[in-house]
Ligand binder design. Structure first.
Ligand code: AFP
Length: 324
């Protein structure tokens, strides 16, 4: 089986980006190990502090964030880091060529139930004019991302990675410690009969998404004339892995509760990297009013509505915006 290095070279990734990715993934392998130790290493449960989003941090959120921060800032390749678990950007090497954004442990509430979690990341070039502690350089649209991916800590640890030449899936071979290519050029099927949304929020959605979900739930008796299945992992990394593996539509739509939040998911740490992966696999990634990757961020912790998945299903979902 092909190794990560060979695939990255075949995809034309520059050597410094390959080295940065290998460094970042070394951190993810350490997180995979810590996660697998669970209660034996005392890493489960919550801390007594909240992150900048006002969410109570899990011990594994803090541990994973520290592992990635340490390994990336010592690498020399990185000018600055932005993390879901950090209030501000973390300055690294002033000569570093890249900026890295990450959610160190997505779905961390799943640690309580030994269920799917993962690390999501994206990499852009660092502008030369940028001072390492300047957050404004992170405010680039997703179209500027040069590499994005996630590592899913599941029954096996899997990496989904794109450098803009398709999306490839790798599996961590724990016997020698490397990621081996197990599904090259993954393709998201254009049609699906599977959807993914937290329906407990239904009363807070806007009318078009309410109408769309009602039609899916009506099954063969409704206008869609087929039965749909529903799945919810409560970790975007798990839900998007399913979309990449067998298609589907994943939604965290605009929510009327707090207009300033405009959805739950974070543009830099969750929506953009997943959008790049899914688009590179032939799917669509939209906010409801435009392409996720074209959103111009106004702040590093910005949230955005998300509709991601099989092309025809996302298009159908969007068509409800034009219905009365
Ligand atoms: P946590 O990392 O705080 O558990 O949140 C995960 C997440 O941001 C995303 O990965 C999930 O899709 C979403 O939240 C699940 O949220 P709810 O199940 O609470 O609606």
């Amino acid at each position: 089986m092909k190794r990560l290095n060979s695939q990255l070279q075949e995809d034309g990734a520059p050597m410094e980006l390959i080295l940065l990715l290998r460094t970042l993934l070394a951190g993810c392998k350490e997180i995979a190990f810590r996660v697998s130790q669970g209660a034996l290493a005392g890493v489960l449960g919550s801390t007594l502090s909240d992150n900048v989003q006002g969410e109570r941090q899990k011990k594994l959120d803090v541990i994973s964030n520290q592992i990635l921060k340490d390994i990336l800032s010592e690498s020399g390749y990185v000018k600055a880091i932005s993390s879901e678990e950090e209030d501000d950007v973390v300055p690294c090497n002033p000569e570093g060529k890249y900026l890295v954004s990450f959610d160190p442990l997505d779905g961390s509430s799943n640690t309580d139930i030994n269920s799917l979690i993962g690390t999501i990341f994206s990499i852009t070039h660092a502008p030369q004019w940028m001072k390492p502690d300047d957050p404004s350089a992170f405010l680039q649209p997703g179209t500027q991302i040069v590499a994005a991916g996630y590592v899913l800590y599941g029954p096996s640890a899997m990496l989904a990675l794109t450098t803009g030449r398709g999306t490839h899936l790798y599996t961590l071979d724990k016997t020698h410690g490397g990621f081996l290519l197990t599904t090259p050029n993954v393709k998201v099927p254009e049609k699906t009969s599977e959807f993914s949304i937290n329906t407990s929020n239904q009363r807070h959605w806007e009318a078009p998404i309410q109408a769309y979900i009602n039609d899916l739930l009506a099954g063969t008796e409704g206008p869609r004339e087929k039965d749909y299945n529903m799945r919810w992992v409560a970790a975007m990394v798990g839900d998007i892995h399913r979309v990449l593996s067998r298609g589907g539509i994943f939604m965290y739509p605009y929510d009327k509760r707090d207009p300033s939040k405009a959805g739950k998911l974070r543009l830099l740490y969750e929506a953009n990297p997943m959008a790049f992966l899914v688009e590179q696999a032939g799917g669509l990634a939209e906010t409801g009013t435009g392409r996720i990757m074209e959103v111009m961020p106004t702040e590093i912790h910005q949230r955005v509505p998300v509709l991601i998945g099989s092309k025809e299903e996302v298009e159908t979902c969007l068509s409800y915006n034009n219905k009365n």
